[in-house]
Design a protein around this ligand. Structure first.
Ligand SMILES: NC(=O)c1ccc[n+]([C@@H]2O[C@H](COP(=O)([O-])OP(=O)(O)OC[C@H]3O[C@@H](n4cnc5c(N)ncnc54)[C@H](O)[C@@H]3O)[C@@H](O)[C@H]2O)c1
Length: 450
């Protein structure tokens, strides 16, 4: 099917429309080029699990945006998603088993990468090399080294690479940043980030046979080859081979939001993490508790993370969609910003912010709204206009690195690690530097030269 613009497409006869829909999706201009206002933005989804589904359904509702491919290593899941995304007037969305089939397609402008973390960097680098823009979920990379490679690929191939740190598109986050910048809080000297999730005891399942229709070898991709294990597959958040644990899964959002409202401070000079499986003593490879301190030049930031307390509360619907503020002391994903004059409570997921002085007096506040509604159009706009996306990979990498620094400190025995921001290497631990880059499998290597 030859390329077709939206205007031409819409002016076709009903018969023409039906024929176009039957043969393929509305096509974008050329690979690597920005689609004009009249061209469709053609996307491919990589990973159709929980988050991939939510993202794809959101993107698919945007005008002149369609999905030509769904790629998943679980055939039935990918096929079902492709069926769901087929959009009237844009033809059928096709299922592909291998991400490279979507990358070979000249019609595709952008990839939405919602796989586990061990695939993020490779998928992003391959996509940039193929001339595609990328929306990649957080935590953006599995290690510090490969996050840097993602930036190099984005810049070298002039690609938009937007991270799934959607809080960066929230208008209330921008006003919180402005408030802090105005100096009304006074000098910010301490920031406390909370990620206090509920949880329970954890035990790994025994190795077994991969379910039918799952390409386990490709699921593992860059990671070490191991027999199929349902805990690795379904609970990949708990394994360092595929993710930085729940600290990466959730705390990364608050750490990124904290950095954003503070004006994006660079790499902290040191980080220290203590923790362990204190609550349940379970076998989970990633710890149930992590208490982290980040040292910046003129302030400190801490993050209290755990996966046990049943009395802490996630923000509910009313709080996420602008109806009311949470009871902050029990909110499990809040940020507290302490200035010399005032303090700010800030929530993610659209929860908003409040500033307090003595006697509990609220002196300023703004309610928020869940930010996906701005973040997804922001990526599409960046594809069309080539503007920098709100959560560009450089800042996303800096935020992701806070997770990596904490995890590496924990893994090398709770060492206070000093980092040289210019080289993104630790200056006081060879053991820590050995954890900067994954040991890739042949065929799935992020190249040194992107
Ligand atoms: N921004 C947010 O608010 C948010 C929320 C939830 C999850 N996430 C992130 O989204 C990503 C996905 O998380 P999830 O909870 O949806 O995981 P999930 O396990 O539900 O889904 C992952 C999907 O990726 C597929 N997959 C794995 N390797 C693949 C490959 N090589 N090619 C194609 N498909 C592959 C799996 O089969 C699965 O369907 C993670 O990075 C997670 O941290 C972000």
């Amino acid at each position: 099917m030859k390329a077709i613009t939206r205007r031409r497409f819409l002016s076709q006869s009903a018969a023409g429309l039906a024929a176009a829909a039957a043969t393929g999706v509305l096509q974008s201009r050329s690979a690597g080029g920005a689609p004009s206002a009249n061209d469709a933005v053609v996307l491919a989804l990589v990973g159709s699990g929980g988050r991939g589904t939510a993202l794809a359904e959101g993107f698919n509702q945007l005008p002149s945006v369609c999905f030509k491919h769904v790629c998943d290593v679980e055939t039935s899941r990918g096929q079902a998603m492709a069926k769901k995304l087929s959009k009237a007037g844009y033809g059928e969305t096709q299922y592909v088993a291998d991400i490279r089939r979507a990358l070979d397609d000249k019609d595709v402008n952008g990839l939405i990468v919602a796989t586990p973390e061990h695939w993020h960097a490779l998928a992003t680098v391959w996509a940039c090399q193929a001339g595609k823009d990328v929306y990649v979920e957080k935590n953006v990379a599995l290690t510090i080294w490969e996050g840097r490679k993602m930036i190099e690929a984005a810049r070298k191939y002039k690609r938009v690479v937007q991270a799934g740190f959607q809080n960066r598109s929230a208008p209330y986050a921008a006003t919180a940043r402005d408030y802090i910048k105005s100096g009304k809080l006074g000098k910010v000297v301490h920031v406390k980030v909370y990620n206090m999730l509920s949880g329970g005891p954890w035990k790994a399942a025994a190795d077994g046979n991969a379910p039918q229709g799952l390409d386990w070898d490709r699921w593992l991709g860059p990671a070490k080859s191991v027999p199929y294990n349902s805990s690795r597959h379904r609970d990949w958040y708990s394994w360092y081979e595929y993710c930085g644990g729940a600290y990466s899964g959730d705390a990364s959002h608050q750490l990124d939001l904290a950095r954003m409202v503070l004006g994006d401070p660079g790499t902290p000079k040191a980080a220290y993490c203590a923790g362990g499986n204190f609550a349940y003593g379970s076998q989970r490879p990633t710890p149930e508790s992590q208490i982290v301190t980040y040292e910046y030049a003129d302030f400190t930031m801490t993050c209290d993370h755990c996966t046990f307390p049943p009395y802490m509360r996630k923000s509910n619907g009313e709080e996420r969609y602008g109806k009311k503020f949470p009871f902050w002391p029990q909110n499990n994903e809040r940020i507290e910003i302490y200035g010399t004059k005032q303090m700010m409570y800030l929530g993610r997921h659209g929860v908003g912010w409040q500033v307090l002085e003595g006697e509990g007096k609220v002196v300023a506040e703004e309610k928020g709204y869940h930010p996906d509604k701005w973040h997804q159009p922001d990526f599409v706009e960046s594809i069309r206009t080539r503007k920098m996306p709100n959560a560009d990979i450089e800042q996303a990498h800096q935020s992701s690195n806070l997770v990596h620094m904490a995890n590496i400190s924990y893994l090398v025995g709770n060492q206070r690690l000093m980092m040289d921001p210019a080289t993104e290497r630790f200056t006081n631990s060879d053991a820590a530097n050995a954890l900067l880059k994954p040991a890739y499998r042949e065929g799935y290597r992020v190249p040194d030269q992107v």
